[in-house]
Design a protein around this ligand. Structure first.
Ligand SMILES: Nc1ncnc2c1ncn2[C@@H]1O[C@H](COP(=O)(O)OP(=O)(O)OP(=O)(O)O)[C@@H](O)[C@H]1O
Ligand SMILES: O=P(O)(O)OC[C@H]1O[C@H](OP(=O)(O)OP(=O)(O)O)[C@H](O)[C@@H]1O
Ligand SMILES: [Mg+2]
Length: 282
């Protein structure tokens, strides 16, 4: 049975559960459930703190897991990213009060930095040959500056609201751009159950990103229309009962669908329909 680590709380847990549900897996009904067996799909889910997931998967105790790229790199565990999942996006950045005069990582020499991600910060400082004092805090890191524990902080930034509320501003380049990711033990051998799990998640990603577009068009305009909707491989073109017309079906990016419909209409396409894809294997 495939053993899968899933975030039990925090920013990643809701979207991860939703994605697994869309991929056809059983999900827990009670947030206090720590282990769940899905016998129909031959998988066992372990609900763990996302920070610990890299440790469990890196040690090989669990076959595969979902966590954040930042947490994976911070842990320096023997796990590696195999698929980005398109949710839980954030950047990891330095931030400071306006009173502190520092504009890049070089300027941090000799300063005190508070963070929950000491692995990431120490590695970044080492890469730039900067020596600073890094203090580990569990959370609410923004307050460390106000209370005099640190000169600057390094933390996850999503909307930037927490920084603004604490009167802090980002500086320097982002240390990391993060996303929710699927991880496996480094160098783990090929495994058909793992491949199947990844194919299901990739199916969800495609179903979220693309829609199906159908339209009718005059035969002489097909080449022009198909250039607008090339699909992933090749669009399906079928004859219509009305002489001189064909029906075209193609996958298009959801975010481009309205613009493509306008262009198709302008060259004479009619009965343009857009439908969601519920599931797919490409
Ligand atoms: N607004 C956000 N705050 C915190 N983490 C976020 C946010 N948006 C995305 N993430 C990602 O979620 C992961 C952190 O999840 P984790 O559960 O450890 O912290 P959390 O969501 O802050 O929950 P808590 O603070 O309640 O423990 C990281 O990969 C981080 O990049
Ligand atoms: O840019 P934003 O949208 O404001 O999100 C980022 C903030 O959210 C998280 O804190 P959280 O609320 O999880 O509290 P914590 O620091 O105690 O973990 C993170 O540590 C930042 O403080
Ligand atoms: Mg947090």
């Amino acid at each position: 049975m495939l053993r899968i680590a899933v975030p039990n709380k925090g920013s990643l847990s809701g979207p991860a559960a939703e994605m697994l549900h869309e991929a056809g897996y059983r999900q827990r009904k009670d947030a206090k459930e720590l282990v769940l067996v899905d016998p129909d799909n031959q998988v066992e889910f372990f609900f763990l703190r996302p920070r610990d997931i890299a440790v469990y998967v890196g040690s090989g105790r669990l076959d595969i897991g979902i966590t954040g790229r930042d947490l994976l790199l911070d842990s320096a565990s023997d796990a590696e990213e195999v698929l980005a999942l398109g949710f839980g996006g954030s950047t990891f950045r330095f931030a400071k009060p306006t009173s502190v005069q520092v504009s890049d990582v070089q300027g941090l020499e000799g300063l005190r930095i508070a963070t929950s991600y000491t692995g990431l910060v120490e590695q970044h400082l080492a890469e730039h040959g900067v020596k600073a004092t890094v203090t580990k805090l569990d959370g609410a890191v923004e307050t460390a500056v106000q209370l005099g524990v640190a000169d600057v902080i390094a933390d996850v930034v999503e909307t930037g609201t927490s920084l603004r509320n604490a009167g802090l501003e980002v500086f320097g380049d982002p240390i990391l751009v993060s996303d929710a990711v699927v991880i496996r033990p480094k160098g783990a051998p090929e495994d058909s159950a793992v491949e199947q799990f990844l194919r299901r998640l990739q199916g969800v990603l495609v179903a979220r990103r693309y829609v199906l577009m159908d339209y009718d068009i005059k035969v002489e305009k097909v080449t022009e229309a198909v250039a607008l909707t090339p699909g992933l491989e090749s669009p399906t073109v079928s004859p219509l009962h009305t002489e001189g017309w064909v029906a075209v079906r193609s996958m298009v990016l959801r975010k481009e669908a309205q613009r493509i419909m306008d262009s198709l209409w302008a060259i004479g396409a009619r009965a343009i329909l857009v439908t969601n894809i519920h599931a797919c294997r490409l």
